[in-house]
Design a protein around this ligand. Sequence first.
Ligand code: SAH
Ligand code: TMP
Ligand code: ZN
Length: 409
Amino acid sequence: MDIANNCRVCNNKIEPFMTFGNMPIANGFLKEEAFKDEYFFEMKPSFCNKCFAFQLIEQPDAELMFNESYPFFSSLSKHMQTHFDNFANSVINRFLKSKDSPMAIELGSNDGIMLRHFKDAEIKHLGIEPSQNVAQIAKEKGINTISEFFNEELAVKVLEEYGHADVMFAANVMCHIPNINSVFAGISNLLSKDGVLIFEDPYLGDMLNKVSYDQIYDEHVYIFSALSVISICERHDLELIDVEPQVTHGGSMRYFIGKKGSHEISNNVSKIIMNEEKKGFKEISTYERFRDNCEKSKKELLELLTKIKDENKRVVGYGATSKSTTVLNYSEIGPDLIDFISDTTPLKQNKFSPGAHIPVKSYENFSQNPPDYALLFAWNHKKEIFEKETEFEKNGGKWITFVPRVEIL
Ligand code: SAH
Ligand code: TMP
Ligand code: ZN
């Protein structure tokens, strides 16, 4: 367990502003015989009033979350495939076209959803992916991958073997790594003089706005804002040079970072800082308001599900997401309210959801015997899901969502 009584970024003393209670490993789908040994930690978010980093006080050790049975396979979503097609092309066109023999490094490359485009374009690349099962899939696709956790020490070894990187990128990875200073020190060492780091993660602004508190789970030790990213950069002679909002994962931000003084800084940077200041990202009262909104959302969802159950209607969860672990455990929703959760990931099927112990079943269980209500856990894939679930709606099925508010759609 990694416990921070001081800010992970700047060492300032920090306090939690709320607790979500005891939480299991969000992606720890398990068999019945493992219930008795299930791991729990108290999930308490905190906000540092010095560097503005939103972070968890406690985080389970990395090996408990990222190992040979990590059940998140990036390429399972068609929309994410398109997202990474576009991301890869934009990186190649904006930063690598003019270079001869460029080198690209990705942290948390998973099953190769992004790097496959670099392989296809015959660009020298390296994926650093600690979860062995997903790394293996990338290797089988011919993508150069090592199965390690990235940190400052690994960066030294990578530098010796591969030389400097012209671009480094990470999608939905940076927010997972507690020792962010070690990661940024490693990146600062690995990047060439005019090299660029591009990373994207769920954005604090979207989470506060939509009350999408389910973005907070064991893996997400940080929810970043531009203000907090700037604070981290400043400690490593790096600077934020551009930002681009993304629609993925319910609202993300892409940050572009270069060595101090090596790049022109886009106007987008001053605009986002002004906006974050205006929205109160530096003030504790903003987070206290978020806490009250979480409590309201929890209460409303529980009431709605209880009412539906009293009417003898069936509810099935749609998508056994890591995010759903937070919703179910925080709201104390169990198999008494939800029959099962439908999910397309074989590694999750025929297991139980972490903590709440709701059965996870294959999609066929949903499509062949549709429930009265589908509780949309994979709300970040709403567009993709609604496009393919027209039959469910035509036959009278209804959706329940809880982001941005609890409602029947
Ligand atoms: N980039 C992919 C995968 C995100 S899931 C996508 O956006 O879909 C997060 C990934 O980060 C996991 O595959 C996990 O194994 C990896 N990861 C966790 N800690 C890491 C570290 N210290 N260095 C590199 N990768 C890490
Ligand atoms: P994510 O929100 O972390 O991307 O996880 C999405 C989960 O939802 C993943 O386990 C796959 C599942 N899923 C479905 O079961 N059906 C779908 O149509 C989609 C898009 C996802
Ligand atoms: Zn701090």
